[in-house]
Ligand binder design. Structure first.
Ligand SMILES: C[S@@+](CC[C@H](N)C(=O)[O-])C[C@H]1O[C@@H](n2cnc3c(N)ncnc32)[C@H](O)[C@@H]1O
Ligand SMILES: [Zn+2]
Length: 289
C-alpha cells in the first residue's frame, strides 16, 4: 500500500503543470514520489503527512497546533460559519464550471476549504497555502484530497493564470500575486470581518476600549482598487454557541492572546449568542475587463 507521502506525491505529479518553483519560477516535476524539483534543480521534499514546505527559510508564527485544533473544531462543529460557507458555495456554483482549481490563500488548517469544496458539485482541485507549518500539517493529515503547501502569499508556488477561484478567508492578502495566478475569468473571494464580528467576545475582553470594533474600510477599498467587484454579501447573525464552542472560540482567536487564563471563565460558563458579521467580497481580475 502506498504511504500518505507517496499518495500525495502521485497526486501532485498529476497537477505539476500548475506549480512553479518559488525560487526561480521554473517548471516543476515530482521525482521518485519524494520531492518536487524544478528545471534548475531546486528541490522541495514531501513531508510524511504529504505536504510540501515551499519556504526558502523557516518562519515562526504565533499560530500553533493548539490554536489550529481549536479552529478546526470550531469551524466543523459550531455551525458558526455555515451561512458563510453556503454563500461561498453559491458564488462558486454560479461560475458554472465542473472542473475548477481552487486556491485557499492563508488556509490555516484547511477546514473552510474542505467544507466549501464538499458543498460544490463537480470534481474540483484544491490547493491550500499557509505560512504556518502547524496548520498545513494538520490540513494534509485531515484532507488528503487537496494539495497543501507551506508557503508565502507574497510568493505563491503556482503558475500565472492557474486558478479559477481564490479563497482568502480572514487572512492577509497579496493582490499582485492573486492577480498573477487567477485566470482572466476567475474570481477572488475575500472574507473580511465587519464591525460586529465576535462583538460579545471583544466586549468581554476589552470592555469599552477602541479595540472593541473592527474597522475594515481600508481592507475593502484596497480590494476595490485591485479587482472589479462583482458582488458584496454581508453575513450577519447571532449564533447560539454552547460551552464547548465558546471554549474553542477563545482558544482559536488572536483576540484572546495576551489575556490571562481565567479571565474569560465567565464568558464560557454558559451557552450564549455570539455575533458573526462578515463581508464577502467577490472580485474579478481588473485586467480582464
Ligand atoms: C486568522 S488566520 C485564518 C486562517 C483560516 N483561513 C481560518 O479562517 O481558519 C490567518 C492565517 O493567515 C496566515 N498567514 C499570515 N501571513 C501569511 C503569509 N505571508 N503567507 C501565507 N499565510 C499567511 C496565518 O499563518 C494564519 O493561518
Ligand atoms: Zn527553481
Amino acid at each position: 500500500m502506498m504511504k500518505k507521502k507517496e499518495k500525495s506525491a502521485a497526486q501532485v505529479s498529476e497537477h505539476a503543470a500548475l506549480i512553479r518553483c518559488p525560487i526561480c519560477g521554473g517548471e516543476m516535476h515530482v521525482e521518485t514520489l519524494a520531492s518536487l524539483v524544478c528545471s534548475n534543480s531546486h528541490a522541495f521534499d514531501f513531508s510524511k503527512q504529504g505536504y510540501v514546505n515551499m519556504l526558502n527559510k523557516p518562519v515562526t508564527t504565533q499560530y500553533d497546533q493548539t490554536l489550529f485544533e481549536n479552529r478546526r473544531d470550531f469551524i466543523l462543529e459550531s455551525g458558526f460559519y455555515s451561512r458563510m460557507h453556503g454563500v461561498v458555495v453559491d458564488i462558486i456554483h454560479h461560475l458554472g464550471t465542473d472542473d475548477m482549481t481552487v486556491l485557499d490563500a492563508g488556509s490555516g488548517e484547511g477546514s473552510h476549504m474542505e467544507r466549501i469544496l464538499a458543498g460544490v458539485e463537480g470534481k474540483h482541485l484544491g490547493f491550500g497555502i499557509d505560512i504556518a507549518k502547524e496548520g498545513i500539517l494538520m490540513a494534509a493529515k485531515n484532507y488528503p484530497d487537496s494539495i497543501w503547501f507551506v508557503g508565502d502569499l507574497a510568493n505563491l508556488p503556482l503558475k500565472d493564470s492557474s486558478c479559477d477561484v481564490i479563497l482568502n478567508i480572514l487572512s492577509p492578502a497579496n493582490y499582485s500575486e492573486f492577480s498573477r495566478v487567477i485566470k482572466p475569468d476567475g474570481v477572488v473571494i475575500k472574507v473580511v470581518p465587519q464591525s460586529g464580528y465576535l462583538g460579545e467576545l471583544r466586549e468581554a475582553l476589552y470592555r469599552d476600549t477602541d479595540k472593541a470594533e473592527y474597522d475594515n474600510a481600508g481592507t475593502v477599498s484596497l480590494f476595490e482598487e485591485n479587482f472589479e467587484v462583482l458582488e458584496r454579501v454581508q453575513v450577519k447573525e447571532k449564533v447560539m454557541l454552547d460551552r464547548a464552542a465558546l471554549a474553542n472560540l477563545i482558544h482559536m482567536s488572536p483576540l484572546a492572546w495576551n489575556h490571562e487564563a481565567g479571565e474569560l471563565d465567565d464568558f464560557i460558563s454558559e451557552e450564549r449568542p455570539v455575533t458573526i458579521d462578515l463581508e464577502i467580497l467577490v472580485g474579478r481580475s481588473a485586467i480582464s475587463v
